[in-house]
Design a protein around this ligand. Structure first.
Ligand code: ARG
Length: 609
């Protein structure tokens, strides 16, 4: 049996609940948490309050019945009831040591998921001919963290970059470049991005102005002007529409131009991914265009199933519980974002065999995904080859805000590009690392420029990723590099530094305490060991709820427990050789867990900082 104390406690409490109240309560979560106050114990079981309510029994009586029934030999001391019905638990000394010893392998006690499956992660999702913006940054960082966490538990993860590379916006750019006699082969992403924006405003004309309430007050001249612009917009859209038809029909010249746009966008993307340390290979790029031959099938399936209806020439899918229908084909015969997404769902479930599809996309697309997932279920496309239904999740994330608490913009009001943001983060990280290296006592003092730059890059990127992952994903957050790159506070560099500091202790000791007998006598030693034992549970919870911030919070607890330990328990100057070796071993395992956790968040852990 594994020595994982949390698992042992959970099983023991579950069995006691069944023994006391019957088999109906077998699936009750025993609500075991780290003790709120260490003087009360190591863990506490908070089940009695909720269970008491459901059973109609005072919680203290529930707690008493549980501890009468519980078998904790070799797991914990006899538990104590406190307050309204908390059960305080102090772990058995020997179990705690053997749990830590068991962790001392390359898996660090993290057990594989007993039911591994294929998981598709829809991430990044950049749009062709557009600069990557901060929303794509979040999608990439979060998707990558999910991939790392789930792979660590043994799932077969497939990252998919659902590039926006098909449809009218791209055709508009192609049309605009042609009408300006600009050769796409010579365009940079900046050119394309400018063309994209011109095309968007040309297509819109000033329709927004016409609809605005101001219309009544603008006077006849202005109305005529707006109408004239709209005629221009109509002409532009019509021409772009023809380009789209040509592209969809496989017109050779258009297809060649179109591939140029893809190449330019993908090489800029590859540069950003390289800086971020995110691997997304060519096989992972599955743009909207890769489903272009499947769109008719989508329409056929819904039509044949009687699952859609015609509405003013368009095709829509209705849902029982809401008025908003899903548009799957426009009246001009064109397909939509949703049509492509439905084709993608089918390929992911049927061809890839995904048990779980996770869409890491801006929270503003919540309705879109709700509609797509429900439509997929209607038509039975959530079926995997083995007949079981796949699980779809949209993990919508919040916006990145500027210091004014509004979506991040440059001074000129443009969207901030990913490349500029990452460069600035790396600059700041490097400056901070260099400043520290000037101190002759710093372990980085002797390092070369190149080494310092590498560490600076890790610090800058780590700072950005940590700030992105350390909070609830749906929350907006303010992008504040000064705070993010600081070595103190709730930051990535703080954790990187905690790791590097332990590595430097071990370097100085020239000994990592391998195989030493553990002594967990001081309260701070015990406390550090207790935090370590929560690692397996933390990773599984982060995977189950798709909440990387659980890992971030855990790493902070671990770094703090280590600081407390290091202050109270001398390592290099320990009183006995046995104590020194035991402490080195604890320190070594701590640093490896820190590194493992940072790695799951996609953050480097340099050995020296
Ligand atoms: N290209 C889209 C955008 O920038 C994101 C794609 C998300 N993935 C998807 N399967 N729809 O908004």
């Amino acid at each position: 049996m594994s020595a994982d104390p949390l698992q042992r406690l959970r099983t023991a409490f579950q069995n006691a609940i069944v023994a006391a109240f019957g088999d109906d309560w077998r699936d009750t979560d025993p609500v075991i948490r780290p003790a709120a106050k260490p003087e009360h114990g190591d863990f506490q079981c908070n089940v009695a309050m909720g269970l008491g309510k459901r059973l109609g029994i005072p919680p203290r009586d529930v707690a008493r019945k549980i501890i009468e029934a519980i078998e904790l030999d070799g797991i914990a001391d006899p538990p104590q009831i406190a307050g309204p019905g908390f059960i305080n638990i102090r772990l058995d000394e020997a179990l705690l040591s053997s749990a830590i010893e068991e962790m001392d392998t390359s898996r660090l006690g993290v057990q594989p998921d007993p039911d591994p499956s294929i998981v598709v992660i829809d991430m990044c999702g950049v749009n062709v001919a557009k600069q990557m913006h901060v929303g794509h940054l979040r999608s990439t960082i979060i998707g990558d963290a999910f991939a790392r966490i789930l792979s660590r538990l043994g799932h077969d993860v497939r990252k998919e970059n659902h590039l926006g590379d098909w449809g009218l916006p791209i055709a508009m750019v192609l049309h605009l470049l042609r009408s300006r006699h600009q050769d796409p082969a010579t365009c940079t992403l900046e050119h394309l991005d400018a063309a994209y924006r011109s095309a968007q405003s040309l297509a819109k004309g000033d329709a927004a102005g016409l609809h605005a309430g101001g219309l009544r007050h603008v006077g006849p001249h202005r109305i005529a002007e707006l109408e004239a612009q709209n005629t221009g917009a109509d002409a532009f859209r019509a021409a772009a529409g023809e380009t789209l038809v040509g592209l969809q029909a496989g017109d050779q010249e258009l297809v060649t131009d179109w591939s140029c746009l893809i190449d330019v966008t993908l090489s800029a993307m590859a540069e950003a991914l390289q800086l971020l340390g995110v691997e997304l290979g060519p096989d992972d790029n599955r743009g909207e265009s890769s489903y272009r031959d499947k769109l008719e099938d989508v329409i056929d399936a819904f039509t044949q199933g009687g699952l859609c209806r015609e509405d003013d020439g368009a095709l829509v899918v209705d849902f029982e519980d809401r008025d908003r229908p899903l548009l799957i084909r426009k009246s001009d015969g064109g397909f939509l974002y949703a049509t492509t997404d439905l084709a993608a769902v089918r390929s992911r479930c049927r061809d890839t065999g995904a048990a779980r599809c996770i869409y890491v996309v801006d929270a503003r697309q919540r309705d879109h995904f709700r509609d797509v997932f429900d439509a997929a279920r209607l038509v039975g496309w959530d079926q995997r080859p083995d007949g079981r239904a796949a699980d779809f999740v949209h993990t919508g994330f919040g916006s990145v805000l500027g210091p004014d608490k509004k979506p991040l913009k440059t001074r000129s009001g443009d969207n901030v590009t990913l490349a500029s943001l990452l460069k600035e983060a790396i600059d700041r990280g490097t400056r901070e690392v260099r400043r520290r290296a000037e101190d002759p006592k710093s372990p980085t003092h002797e390092l070369s420029d190149e080494q310092l730059n590498d560490i600076g890059r890790s610090v800058g990127i780590g700072a950005v990723k940590y700030a992105d992952l350390a909070n609830d994903l749906v929350r907006d957050y303010v992008f504040d590099l000064d705070r993010m790159v600081a070595f103190e506070g709730d930051t990535g560099p703080y954790l990187q530094y905690a790791h590097a500091r332990i590595r430097s202790i071990i370097r100085r000791a020239e000994d990592d305490g391998r195989d030493a007998a553990l002594q967990l006598e001081a309260p701070e030693e015990r406390r550090l060991a207790l935090v370590l034992t929560r690692w397996n549970d933390t990773v599984h919870a982060a995977a189950r709820f798709l909440e990387p911030h659980r890992i971030a919070g855990y790493l902070r607890d671990l770094a703090e427990a280590f600081n407390g330990f290091y202050q109270a328990c001398p390592v290099l100057k320990a009183q006995s050789d046995a104590a020194r070796k035991s402490r080195l071993r604890l320190a070594d395992i701590t640093s490896r867990v820190l590194k493992d956790g940072l790695c799951m968040l996609g953050i480097d852990a340099p050995d020296c900082m």
